[in-house]
Design a protein around this ligand. Sequence first.
Ligand code: BGC
Length: 285
Amino acid sequence: MAEGSAEGTAAGTAGGNEAPGGSPIGVGIDVGGTGIKVGKVDLDSGRVLGERIYVKTPSPSTPDAVAETIAGVLREMEWTGPVGIALPTVIHKGVAQIAYNIDESWIGTDVEELLSRHLPDNLALTLNDADAAGIAESYYGAAKGRKGLTLLLTLGTGIGSALLLDGRLVPNSELGHVLVRAFDESSIDETEHLAAPSLKEKNGWTLEEWAARIDSVLRQLEHILWPRLIVLGGGISEDSESWFPLLTNRTEVVAATRQNDAGMIGAAAYAAADGGIIDISSVFS
Ligand code: BGC
């Protein structure tokens, strides 16, 4: 059932807990509205090893269906080590609080209880998907060593956010749901309803038309938060040279270095840290 994607890089897919060079390996999972990505991660370099596994998100994407899909992939991989699961929800005090691109039965779910039923052999931890990307970019990537406030946005179906203060994650910021003025000032709406890249295809916008909208969102967010750095991730940032020059906001903007792998990488690091395999206390504890 697990189907390898073509995105893979060479080497390191062996069943063990160490990469060929001796680096510890972790497993990270990024649950999205349409697909679940699973990767083995070299925890020293913060890179996905070998092929990413991609399975369709079950429909409906209930907690039990998602957890059982993940359990099936881990069984196939014969992975019994720590696993981090990045989800498009806020987990507060062990309970999922919101559900935007996932079945609404997640709201109120006790994730520890869920995972102990479906993944009894793994140390399994969950966190917000954008926070996972924030951990990856702060520990390994574009925000590494950056002082002051960094605002990271994941641009995809929705808009996810991570706030990093002197490199440390301030969890569950959810700036995709902050109300801002529309680009043409005609209305007020959530940032992800105004400028998520998924709207580009839906509304037939050109890249320039979409860029004007994300620019407007960035200008309003920076006017409130005054970050020193903005890191933009998600698939559309792979093509950053074609639209970053169109941005007019005042803060330095860089592309996420781990792009669409950031959620998996950050989730893997988060779980491995909990298992005492690596120390990410400079970023999260
Ligand atoms: C969710 C966030 C998530 C983002 C990206 C938003 O709709 O509320 O939790 O990080 O989508 O998936």
